[in-house]
Ligand binder design. Structure first.
Ligand code: AMP
Length: 428
């Protein structure tokens, strides 16, 4: 994996090369695509993992898009616990941004506010600050209504140092739609509480103690017809003798259906989704942990924050609606550097959606078939005939068309693009 593959722009690639960085670190590989995709992040990463570049590089890339607009409004704020760390971050960012026109300011105690205000007169793009001093600047008229990204670096230390109140005051003053990236060396209760307040559907990245990366997980996708997915799932679990497996569906309805199917196959199953009471969910989870339940069928939302250690296998029965959820799902396996395997069952309708996921994780998921479960090639033909008919008669056939995002040659057409858009809206 190279920095180029992460989709970084030339001025940043040049700077990285000059600094002698050859390959992105684990946290960089995982965080950069997510930050570029505007996802909130909760990352446990210590100093020395390359975390500064993990947030600084994609932030700089995002700022570049607004560079042409002459306004120099504050677009990114990085809060750090100490003066020293703030200065270190400033120096790192200056190095990464050496081929870009970006203005940064460090706002820490020890210097008077007025001189700091004067230094910012021409406007700044990025502010690196300690929470207390940043708040003082806001109270003295610093405009923060254009902020797009907030970074809380070493959040656990900031909280230990008594900055909780300041952060809680700052957060609601920022524009509602900003992105927040939280980095912490530890996963304490205090940090967890703060994360609930400031993060929206965050991607969880654990790179310090647990060293879990998408890279260390064996990923494979099996192409199969929609109608044979449950059968293939039962076959995989049985033939490979999986002792414990977490299976993800995209919706509550399909979780219910799959649960019933697997039960019929004689598998001991548990079910987790939003319509199931918290008490029942906890009971199921405990049974799963105690190995009384072999297959746990879950939706993405229900599985958030599940505390299951070192799960060897995760199966994506259906792709998630949001590509970043794939990272959450497979992040449940291969923890603590152990072997983990993530299997995705892919039908023809999901074949193209998988590309969005590959973009987010920065790697290709190999696609194979299982003997006896090869997709029926005529299904593709039938659907294409439907699509052809649709374009000839210009009759809306919503159900069929929504399955297509591209034609067989892989070339996206205007018509198919429209159907893709419609489908996304429907899912959301
Ligand atoms: P940090 O975790 O941000 O404190 O970074 C620790 C050190 O690693 C700093 O000196 C960075 O310059 C350096 N560093 C960050 N990313 C890389 C990389 N991809 N390759 C080599 N060194 C790096």
């Amino acid at each position: 994996m190279s920095f180029e593959k992460l989709g970084l722009i030339k001025p940043l690639l040049g700077a990285i090369k000059e600094l002698g960085y050859q390959h992105p670190t684990t946290i960089q590989k995982r965080a950069i695509p997510l930050v570029l995709a505007k996802s909130d992040i909760f990352a446990t990463a210590q100093t020395g993992t390359g975390k500064t570049a993990a947030f600084a590089l994609p932030i700089l890339q995002r700022l570049r898009k607004t560079e042409a607009t002459e306004d120099r409004a504050v677009k990114a704020v990085i809060l750090s616990p100490t003066r020293e760390l703030s200065i270190q971050i400033y120096e790192d960012i200056s190095n990464y941004a050496k081929h870009m026109k970006v203005e940064c300011a460090v706002l820490v105690g020890g210097k008077d506010i007025v001189s700091q205000q004067k230094a910012m007169k021409k406007g700044v793009d990025i502010i690196i600050a300690t929470p207390g001093r940043f708040l003082e600047h806001i109270e003295n008229g610093l405009k923060i209504n254009s902020v797009e990204v907030l970074v809380l670096d070493e959040a656990d230390r900031m909280l230990d140092m008594g900055f909780t109140k300041d952060i809680r005051k700052i957060h609601p003053l920022l524009p509602k739609k900003h992105q927040t990236l939280l980095f912490s060396a530890t996963y304490s209760d205090k940090v967890r509480k703060l994360s609930k307040l400031v993060l929206r559907s965050p991607a969880f990245l654990e790179t310090s103690k647990k060293n879990s990366t998408v890279d260390t997980i064996n990923q494979i996708a099996y192409m199969v017809d929609t109608t044979r997915k449950a059968e293939l799932l039962a076959y995989i679990i049985g033939s490979r003798n999986f002792p414990q497996v977490l299976v993800f569906t995209r919706t509550k309805v399909s979780a219910n259906e799959l649960f019933e199917e697997l039960k019929k196959d004689g598998l001991k199953c548990g079910l987790l989704h939003g319509d199931i009471s918290q008490a029942k969910r906890l009971k199921t989870l405990n049974e799963f942990k105690e190995m009384k339940v072999r297959v746990l069928v879950a939706t993405d939302i229900a599985s958030r924050g599940l505390d299951i250690e070192e799960l060897p296998f995760v199966i994506n029965y259906e792709l998630p609606s949001v590509p970043e959820d794939y990272v959450h799902r497979v992040g449940r396996t291969g923890r603590a550097g152990r072997h983990g395997e993530a299997i995705t069952l892919l039908d023809i309708y999901e074949k193209y959606d998988v590309r969005d996921i590959e973009r987010v994780i920065g790697q290709k998921i190999p696609q194979e078939t299982v003997e006896g479960f090869e997709p029926d090639p005529t299904i593709r033909r039938k659907d294409q005939e439907d699509l052809k008919l649709k374009s000839e008669h210009k009759k809306p056939q919503k159900k069929k068309a929504r399955h297509f995002s591209k034609n067989t040659s892989g070339v996206e057409t205007k018509k198919t693009r429209t159907s893709k858009k419609r489908r996304t809206t429907k899912r959301d």
